[in-house]
Design a protein around this ligand. Structure first.
Ligand SMILES: NC(=O)C1=CN([C@@H]2O[C@H](COP(=O)(O)OP(=O)(O)OC[C@H]3O[C@@H](n4cnc5c(N)ncnc54)[C@H](OP(=O)(O)O)[C@@H]3O)[C@@H](O)[C@H]2O)C=CC1
Ligand SMILES: O=C(O)C(=O)CO
Length: 312
């Protein structure tokens, strides 16, 4: 079995060694421009069109959870990957735990008013504040798939009311489920902390805009952990400045790296990280890819296949 690998920034020798060890009999090589030799599987992130085009692959694996960049490239170059070749993505592979750490720590930060205490410290003010009540601190997850469900699981023991919004109804224990566009207003109405874990699709782009933010209770919080294009940054800044929103925690941006001139950098109530909420963990990812290839080789069904029509 021949496997080609391409990632613009990963430690390629590590991956090739780990994949060769995990998949018995596999010949794994780094794909380089001009390589048109046979391959059964391709493992990719931001692939050049010529890497995939015209090959009789058994499957392609995206080396991350979100497949928006590869799907948008496919829109411009449909010949890159014919419909009959399945595209898989990484499901969790260690990202679930990272999202749990990120979301739980930030929800607790806001709930214990550490943002307010930080502002008071800047003014050398000693001022105990009133506690927030758990029942007023409903956490709402936009997107309740692999990562959203893991975040809900980690928040559950903290006792905050939990709800999620997805395309299809969920039955996660202790999480109120809202499904489809008709139920979005009801979901937003009671959500004090909004955490975005949607995929980037034609339906979700720009979803966190002025209209959506206005439907949240006053003094709400927004955490964007999915993709920058979900959030209209100008609308977020307006909502912060009007007092509608109390704070925002952003990991992803409309442009990455975020340009120096972005007003987000200086805003006192915007906390930021540089797209690190959950990164691909190589050992877990190799294990998932090896298990999935073994299932495919046996003609068995495997999870993680992207629905190209749906866009995620
Ligand atoms: N910042 C970072 O470091 C990282 C960001 N990400 C981002 O997180 C995203 C989510 O990942 P993951 O949880 O694995 O994805 P999943 O595909 O498992 O989950 C997506 C969720 O979004 C819901 N959804 C999709 N479209 C709609 C819609 N139109 N209306 C309502 N709900 C919708 C799905 O609903 P249903 O369940 O009904 O299908 C599902 O619950 C990735 O696409 C990626 O962009 C991922 C990893 C790291
Ligand atoms: O896996 C993804 O989709 C990511 O955003 C990784 O940072």
């Amino acid at each position: 079995m021949d496997i080609i690998f391409y990632h613009p920034t990963f430690d390629t020798p590590y991956w090739i060694k780990a994949l060769s060890t995990a998949i018995p009999g596999a010949r794994v090589r780094e794909w380089k421009r001009g390589d048109n030799e046979h391959a059964d599987y391709a493992l990719v992130w931001h692939p050049p069109v010529e890497m995939l085009q015209g090959r009789n692959l058994k499957a392609v694996f995206a080396l991350g959870a979100g497949v928006d960049s590869i799907l948008s490239k496919l829109k411009a170059h449909p010949e890159m990957l014919p419909e009959h070749i399945p595209l898989f993505r990484l499901e969790d592979t260690g990202m679930g735990q990272q999202m749990q750490e990120y979301a739980v720590s930030q929800v607790l930060h806001w709930f214990r008013r550490f943002d307010d205490y930080h502002a008071l410290k800047q003014q050398s003010r000693w001022e105990p504040l009133a506690d927030y009540q758990r029942e007023d601190f409903t956490v709402g997850l936009l997107g309740a798939g692999v990562l959203g469900s893991k975040v809900a699981e980690a928040l559950a023991p903290w006792g905050f009311p939990l709800r999620c919004w997805s395309r299809t109804r969920k039955t996660y224990p202790g999480v109120e489920s809202f499904a489809g566009h008709d139920e979005l207003p009801a979901f937003l109405k009671g959500t004090r902390v909004l955490i975005n874990l949607l995929p980037n699709t034609a339906e979700t782009v720009g979803i966190i805009n002025q209209d959506l933010l206005n439907q949240l209770p006053d003094q709400s919080y927004v955490m964007n952990l999915a993709r920058g294009v979900h959030l209209v940054e100008a609308d977020l800044l307006k909502a912060l400045d009007s007092g509608k929103l109390k704070g925002a925690m952003l990991d992803v941006y409309s442009r990455e790296p975020l340009p120096e001139e972005s007003p987000l950098w200086a805003h006192p109530r915007v906390a930021m990280t540089p797209h690190i909420a959950a990164v691909t963990r190589p050992a877990e990812a190799v294990d998932y890819i090896a298990r999935t290839i073994a299932l495919l080789e046996q003609g068995k069904a495997a999870t993680g296949q992207v629905d190209r029509q749906r866009g995620y």
